[in-house]
Design a protein around this ligand. Structure first.
Ligand SMILES: Nc1ncnc2c1ncn2[C@@H]1O[C@H](COP(=O)(O)OP(=O)(O)OP(=O)(O)O)[C@@H](O)[C@H]1O
Ligand SMILES: [Mg+2]
Length: 365
């Protein structure tokens, strides 16, 4: 056991890499301080002892001392130490009150956190620079994809004109080649549209107009749009929905885009199977929701893939890209759109058995 006599404690205080001062709790005048505190202040003992502590530490805090004025038992906070030459040192200070010889003393200890603060500032600067670079990238992508769409629209338009003229002139040899040009153009158009969407979302520039949307109309429209895609892969498209679902709160265009992406995925990753769209009302978290479940009996998704499903450009693997095409933007866009409309998309899946994607949108009433 160490003998805690005064000289011993004095030695310990002198060796500690921490500044320590004692202050009278009534008059807030500094009574003692160790060498580290003196070095940090940058003066001699006589210049400090007897001064009001707020002239040295916690400037402008007179009348707001956490212990004597605000009633705290311990104060642990970031403060400023005023050096003798006017320099200011950020410190982490701890203070508590203790009785000695019939009076209350405040024991205040503090460590220099300049390097910590500098590191924090560097991190903030680096984060701001990275965010600015990301914004510049999104703005560039948004501008570029916008610029690409204009000439592509002209190419598609002229291609359609040529198809009509070739048909009129009976030049059937050209028709299948022109169709290929047109299909490739449409595919490119969709990819550019997705890049434009994700960059708008990331730049916080996606306009969303939430309004009441008739649910039964949305179901009918989605099913008639997706029927050909379902049939193409030998799938059956089934709808299960209760009567009188009424309306939900959404941006009709953006919701349709999200729902069609889920249905397109289900049809794309399922062969000779079943794709079911189930729409129902539910309650959760004190809110009323409309749930849109898109269930398929397709290839399913591996658990490690499921985790990064909603990240931009995330696809199964390069063989998925080769076999099924696409850019891996559909789910990233859809989830962000649904979140911006106050809803969300979640997914569950069993490899080899199928997948279920659920959109939850506020019912609004
Ligand atoms: N119903 C599903 N069944 C199996 N895998 C799926 C299903 N839906 C999505 N995935 C997997 O998630 C990936 C990402 O889907 P997402 O819709 O974002 O991109 P994509 O369909 O590949 O391309 P895009 O939608 O941009 O044309 C897909 O590539 C696929 O690996
Ligand atoms: Mg997709």
């Amino acid at each position: 056991m160490v003998d805690l006599d005064e000289p011993f404690l004095q030695n310990v205080l002198e060796l500690l890499p921490v500044g320590v001062i004692t202050v009278g709790a009534c008059d807030h005048r500094i009574q003692e301080l160790n060498s580290r505190a003196l070095r940090m202040i940058g003066t001699c003992r006589d210049e400090v002892v007897g001064r009001v502590c707020h002239g040295v530490i916690c400037p402008a805090e007179a009348g707001r001392c956490p212990i004597t004025d605000l009633g705290q038992t311990v104060d642990l906070s970031e403060r400023v130490l005023l050096g003798a030459d006017g320099h200011r040192v950020p410190v982490l200070k701890s203070a508590f009150a203790i009785p000695k010889n019939g009076e209350m003393l405040l024991i205040e200890s503090f460590v220099d956190i300049r390097s910590l603060k500098e590191a924090e500032q560097q991190i903030t600067r680096a984060r701001e620079a990275a965010e600015a670079a990301n914004r510049a990238k999104s703005a560039f992508l948004a501008n570029m994809s916008h610029e690409l769409r204009t000439p592509l629209t002209a190419i598609l338009g002229y291609c359609e004109m040529l198809q009509e003229q070739a048909a009129e002139l009976g030049a059937t040899d050209f028709l299948s080649d022109l169709q290929k040009v047109h299909d490739a153009g449409r595919q490119l158009f969709a990819v550019i549209g997705d890049v434009l969407d994700i960059s708008r979302i990331e730049a916080g520039k996606m306009d969303i107009a939430v309004e009441p949307v008739e649910i039964s109309c949305m179901i009918a429209d989605a099913v008639s749009t997706m029927e050909p895609a379902a049939r193409k892969n030998g799938n059956r498209l089934l709808v299960r929905s209760g009567d009188g679902l009424g309306v939900m709160q959404a941006d009709a265009v953006r919701f349709r885009q999200s729902l069609l992406n889920l249905l397109a995925n289900a049809c794309k990753f399922t062969r000779d199977g079943l794709v079911t769209l189930e729409v129902s009302r539910s309650n959760g978290g004190g809110e009323r929701w409309i749930e849109w479940r898109v269930e398929d009996t397709g290839i399913g998704i591996a658990p490690e893939k499921l985790e990064r499903l909603f990240q931009p450009f995330s696809q199964g693997d390069s063989s998925t890209t080769r076999r099924y095409g696409g850019t891996g933007l559909g789910l990233a866009i859809s989830q962000r759109l649904c979140q911006a409309m106050g809803g969300d998309i979640t997914a569950s899946s069993e490899p080899g058995k199928g997948s279920t994607f659920t959109i939850r949108m506020p019912a609004g009433s």
